[in-house]
Design a protein around this ligand. Structure first.
Ligand SMILES: *[C@@H]1O[C@H](CO)[C@@H](O)[C@H](O)[C@H]1NC(C)=O
Ligand SMILES: *[C@@H]1O[C@H](CO)[C@@H](O)[C@H](O)[C@H]1NC(C)=O
Ligand SMILES: *[C@@H]1O[C@H](CO)[C@@H](O)[C@H](O)[C@H]1NC(C)=O
Ligand SMILES: *[C@@H]1O[C@H](CO)[C@@H](O)[C@H](O)[C@H]1NC(C)=O
Ligand SMILES: *[C@@H]1O[C@H](CO)[C@@H](O)[C@H](O)[C@H]1NC(C)=O
Ligand SMILES: *[C@@H]1O[C@H](CO)[C@@H](O)[C@H](O)[C@H]1NC(C)=O
Length: 456
């Protein structure tokens, strides 16, 4: 008669266990009536413990309570467990291998605790009851020792700041005698912890610990460790928390401690740079506020470039950082400095001064020339009123360098206070006034040449 008992192991393969119980003495020498029923292969985890059920039969006779059961390792012939005389047991296994069943009732079950790598191998059972002895060499047990693994933490996916999450830590299945005890370590603020145990059909216990917490941005990249302590051995697994969060307020690199304002000279180029802390990285976009509208602008990687600014480019610009969890914006004011009437760039102020002096010299020469002519003429004619308006009669050179932003933005008025701190006004004002020519001889000996350079 064949007994077939399928065993499914961790490794996923099926080991067929055959229990041979043939009537009459078999060709292989097995004695009828003497059978051993034990798993042929047991996989145990290093450091843990295992209980191996085992039954044996003997012929019709009974066994005394004095019967000695002995398990020995096939390879070394070491006695690993003996039911009565502990002195015969190998030092390597003493105290760790233990016969647990009632031998005289045919129970050869035994346990191994704190399994060691060296415990791997084939084991054979025999009993001695006075003169009645038997070795079950046709049914050996093979013990495989696997490495102790850390517990499993799940899910290890992304966490989102502000959203409560549940994480589970699961121990390896272990015998009741060495089941795991789970503890957590980390900087997160664990709100609740609940521990439970699940026993599988083979009697192995898996411990679970479920924690609930709400991650915050500062928990990003912090580590969380789950430790399982079995009897005599402990193991752990750590994860680095991957906490996603909405962008924080973007920082515009052109802002200073004085405020978010840049001044750009009409005709030059403008570039603004923006960045934002966020996870996952934010998409950065620039837009310009105009009245109630927001006009999106072309930018790349947070950098806005305008190659040739005009007065119309003045105004408030907005950098928006967006990721899947939200968005955030920052503002900067752009003030266009316009040099009215003359295209002078700012080195140009000096150039302007030279220009004024040249004009003044020309005007002086013209004045002298006119004077000379008048001196020749006699009598002097009164100058007509209309003539006095003629540009030929006087020169006024007037430079007004002031700040200008687009006209449609009333808050851009430099004199009005606004939330963007505008640095102290330094309006530059250069005036050259060459007075109207006096057509007739004036009582004063000289004509007025008036030049004023005013800076305030
Ligand atoms: C069992 O052991 C006891 C004492 O150790 C002894 O008196 C008894 O005779 C033994 N029984 C058998 C069946 O050997
Ligand atoms: C598990 O560990 C904790 C902390 O070390 C301890 O308080 C608890 O009694 C242990 N539980 C078991 C079943 O060992
Ligand atoms: C803004 O900052 C960027 C980076 O520092 C710089 O390249 C750019 O010239 C600045 N723009 C202005 C208008 O100051
Ligand atoms: C923005 O960039 C796209 C592609 O580079 C281009 O077709 C479009 O004209 C640009 N828009 C502006 C306003 O510059
Ligand atoms: C960021 O930009 C990329 C490419 O333009 C786009 O595919 C993606 O959806 C954007 N992400 C968000 C959160 O807007
Ligand atoms: C930015 O976030 C607000 C809510 O905070 C949302 O109403 C708005 O649609 C978002 N804008 C973009 C462009 O994602």
């Amino acid at each position: 008669m064949w007994h077939m008992q399928p065993q499914i192991f961790q490794h996923g393969f099926v080991v067929l266990f055959f229990l041979l119980s043939l009537p009459g003495k078999g060709a292989d020498g097995q004695t009828p009536g003497y059978t051993l029923s034990v798993q042929s292969l047991v996989s145990v985890t290093s450091g843990l413990c295992v209980e191996i059920p085992c039954k044996f039969t003997f012929d019709t006779r009974t066994l005394s309570t004095n019967v000695t059961g002995i398990w020995h390792k096939k390879m070394t012939q070491d006695i690993v467990a003996a039911s009565t005389d502990a002195s015969i047991v190998s030092e390597r296994t003493k105290g760790r291998f233990r016969l647990t069943g009632k031998l005289h009732e045919g129970d050869c079950s035994f346990s191994i605790s704190n399994v060691q790598k060296g415990d791997q191998g084939k084991y054979e059972f025999r009993f001695e009851d006075g003169g009645h002895k038997y070795s079950y060499r046709w049914n050996m047990l093979y013990v495989i020792v696997t490495n102790l693994r850390g517990p499993t933490i799940s899910p290890v996916g992304k966490l989102i700041a502000g959203k409560q999450i549940t994480l589970t830590c699961q121990s390896l299945p272990a015998s009741q005698g060495c089941k795991g005890n789970i503890t957590w370590e980390g900087t997160i603020n664990i709100q609740t912890t609940s521990n439970s145990e699940i026993m599988d059909r083979s009697g192995k216990v898996t411990s679970n610990s479920v924690i609930r917490f709400t991650p915050s941005q500062r928990d990003h990249k912090s580590s969380l460790t789950c430790t399982v302590t079995y009897s005599g051995v402990s193991t752990y697994s750590s994860i680095s928390l991957n906490v996603e969060y909405a962008p924080r307020s973007p920082s515009i690199l052109n802002c200073t401690s004085a405020g978010c304002l840049v001044e750009v000279i009409d005709g030059t180029s403008l570039s603004l740079l923006c960045s934002a802390e966020s996870h996952p990285p934010a998409n950065l976009s620039w837009a310009k506020k105009s009245h109630n509208n927001i006009i999106p602008l072309n930018s790349s990687s947070g950098r806005l470039d305008v190659s040739h600014v005009t007065i119309d480019n003045g105004g408030d610009y907005m950098c928006q950082a967006t990721n899947t969890h939200g968005n955030s914006t920052a503002l900067i004011r752009v003030v266009i400095i316009s040099l009215k009437h003359h295209t002078i760039n700012l080195n140009g102020l000096m150039f302007g001064g030279i220009f004024i002096l040249l004009l003044a010299a020309v005007a002086l020469l013209a004045l002298l020339a006119v004077k000379y002519k008048k001196n020749k003429r006699s009598p002097p004619e009164p100058v007509e009123e209309s003539k006095s308006l003629s540009p030929n009669n006087y020169e006024v050179v007037y430079f007004n360098i002031n700040r200008k932003t687009s006209d449609d933005e009333p808050y851009m008025d430099v004199s009005s206070p606004n939330e963007c701190k505008i640095p102290d006004e330094d309006l530059q004002y250069v005036t050259l006034d060459i007075s109207k020519l006096k057509p007739k001889r004036s009582p004063e000996p000289e004509d007025t040449l008036y030049s004023e350079v005013k800076r305030n």
